[in-house]
Design a protein around this ligand. Sequence first.
Ligand code: ADP
Ligand code: MG
Length: 519
Amino acid sequence: MQQPLYVLAESTQRTSGADARRSNVAAGRAVANAVRTTLGPRGMDKMLVDSSGGVVVTNDGATILKEMDIEHPAAQMLVEVAESQEAEVGDGTTTAAVLAGELLARAEDLLDDDVHATAVVEGYHEALRLALDAVDGMLIDGEVDREALVTVAESAMTGKGTGDIATGVLAAIVVDAVLQVADDDRRVDRDDIRVFTHTGASAAATELVRGVVFEEEPANDNMPRSVEDATVAVLDTKLDVRSGEVDTEYTITSVDQLDAALSAEDAERRAIAETLSAAGVDVVFCSKKISDPVAAYLADAGILAFSNVKASEARAFARSTGARRLGTIDDIEASDLGTAASVRVERHGGDDVAFLEGSDDSRTVTLYVRGSTDHVVDETERAIDDALGVTVAAYEDGEIVPGAGAVEVAIADRLRSGANAVTGRKALAVEAFADAVDAIPRTLAENAGLDPIDALVDLRARHDSEGVAGIVIDGPSVAITDPREDHVVDPAAVKREALESATEAATMILRIDDVIAAN
Ligand code: ADP
Ligand code: MG
């Protein structure tokens, strides 16, 4: 009799073939379903409660999936779709997750009809190519100027909980932030746009500071709390006697010698303040420690100094004022210093908040986000984050498309007419892809309280006759019209990324026919 052959450890759990596939597809769809009701301006919010009772109320797909603590490996892949969408273009996470879930659902039907997974995967890739073509065909002509960017930013924030601040106002702030830090090649470094949140005022008090907002007190109480037209030094060196760095031993044999040693140290500390003062410095930002005696001498010299500022802040102070970051104050020169319109410390809601308003061409800005409660501030920050993502994407490539489902209708249309050209069973997968893309306008309609089937029929009819049609939500009203007229536009990059990442995740999951889990 033949002995059984054990290849895997006994505790290993293995599912294969249709079972593995079904379980993966179901897990992926469950994730997509978790976020689908949040899609669009009429999307609902989710309240997420963690194990220690912390509460997050949000409408943001990436945040929901991150907070959900998902364990299933296939579901985890969908979470990664949302994460990469967030990292690449900063918005469109719900769209990407819903699309990936729909692609899986439609694939499941085909697999049940005995279409091989390979044919589905190939068909999906073919469909992706056609879909990207359709996006190109929907690009809105004309330059993406400030006004166009404001519409993009506003579309990304519609329906998000931004407290009592109008999305139009917030959109303008976001766009001005991006334009302020963009370089001549229209490139934007997101590190140059800082967001500083602080509760204790209504969201309407949110403002753009062309500089840095930070939470720091002056190094000494006698320092001025406000300096106008400041000359600024940014230092990455400790301000104290140098000998303090290494343990030097003095051999002191008399009181005179002790006095001499102490006064030599004192003179060195005094000299630090004198050197900075002689160079014309009014404000010092130091990423290392400023010792108390040195801070006292700086205060005597009328200098405002901040000790132990964070490294990221030191970068921002330098970018905002044009100062060079110095590792030593020996040979400090005027060209090493920067300028600021003002540096001041204010009391806001019981805390010290410091403001540096940089030079006119400050390369760093801060969105100073206010709100009455932590929940409002956090959700406003997430809305701003999405708006920044879309504004940067639209500004960098200069490409925008109509929103409100218009692109998706055009894609589905292109796929259905292109499916004929695709041979064999792959054509079925191209059609399935079209059905999956329909889920975006269908969900927008559903979330807006329309009958999804009727809405899709009207939408297609209008698309056929006018070329561009979306489900446009404007306050309380919903209409099937041209979204461009109501300024509902999205960056092309967000649409492309959503299509690509959803296809990638869905096909990756579909290719799996064996799950082998170590216990
Ligand atoms: P995502 O995480 O995918 O960005 P959102 O909840 O932000 O999800 O919804 C984005 C979708 O909502 C996009 O398709 C966008 O075009 C659409 N949208 C934005 N504003 C409107 C509007 N006023 N009317 C209809 N659709 C809109
Ligand atoms: Mg969005």
